[in-house]
Design a protein around this ligand. Structure first.
Ligand code: LK8
Length: 248
């Protein structure tokens, strides 16, 4: 059922969300573990740093668009999401998809050498220099650091990602009540698995992470505005249509 009242259907709901997370996570953590120490050489870093601003933005935008598409697939499999109106689904994805991309990105972060998986190897902040938005990238890395410190399991990340998306506080929702009910059952599910893992203290920390996510994503929107003003051609013509649909 959509709003589980028995433990069995709560377990079923959690299991289905974990399965969807696994099927739509673009890269598996185990796969990237073996690449953790595959870093860019000085020459390769030089190549990235000599790209023009709009070339590097375009390069990242296409990767972010791919990642957003996987998040859309994940969202469509969340029970409480599918039954929402088309407009509410778009409203939740417009504001939540980049936040889920960030949560997922933190799974590909190596806190020991402060690098993140990008384009096949692990990259430090210096690789993104030509984006000309050091504060955004630093914030992305800091967020990934903070998420790594929580040492979440894939199940906990799956439920957390679903909660980041199904958020009744998002603007311009038509049926806020329905989103609220779906959000409550997901909160119930997350509490259930945290209780089972004997990690209830994580709930408070995850709520703090949600607040950080929201501030980070308003920084993103600022940066996207800045970029599309300075490089209108790239932003309006070259950005993949989905990206424009979600962020324009
Ligand atoms: C395995 N790799 C990954 O998971 C990430 C997510 C999708 C693809 N991807 C990367 O390759 C990647 C990994 C790390 C970093 Cl720092 C980046 C560069 O990130 C960004 C550069 C420009 C704008 C970004 C914006 C902005 F502002 F557009 F909203 C927002 C986010 C969050 N990240 C931006 C990228 Cl694109």
């Amino acid at each position: 059922s959509l709003y589980p009242h028995s433990l069995q259907s709560l377990d079923d709901m959690c299991a289905s969300i974990v399965r969807s997370h696994r099927e739509t996570s673009q890269y598996r953590v185990e796969e990237l573990q073996v690449l953790r120490w595959k870093l860019y050489s000085r020459e390769e870093i030089q190549v990235y740093q000599s790209k023009s601003v709009d070339e590097m933005w375009q390069h990242c935008a296409s990767r972010l668009t791919d990642a957003v598409q996987y998040v859309v697939e994940f969202a469509k499999q969340i029970p409480g999401f599918r039954t929402l109106s088309q407009n509410d689904q778009i409203a939740l994805l417009k504001t939540g998809s980049m936040e889920v991309v960030l949560v997922r990105m933190s799974r590909f972060f190596n806190a020991e050498n402060n690098s993140v998986f990008f384009d096949g190897k692990f990259a430090g902040v210096e690789v993104f220099k030509s984006l000309a938005c050091g504060d955004l990238i630093t914030a992305v890395f800091d967020f990934a650091h903070g998420m790594c410190a929580l040492k979440l399991s894939e199940q906990q990340i799956a439920l957390f990602s679903a909660l980041v998306l199904i958020n009744a506080d998002r603007p311009c929702l038509e049926d806020r009540g329905r989103v609220q009910r779906a959000q409550r059952s997901l909160e119930f599910g997350l509490r259930h698995i945290l209780h089972r893992d004997n990690q209830e203290s994580l709930m408070h920390k995850l709520n703090q992470r949600m607040a950080v996510l929201r501030s980070l994503c308003s920084l993103h929107m600022e940066k996207l505005q800045w970029f599309s003003q300075h490089y209108p051609l790239t932003a309006h013509i070259l950005f993949p249509p989905l990206y424009k649909e979600l962020f324009a």
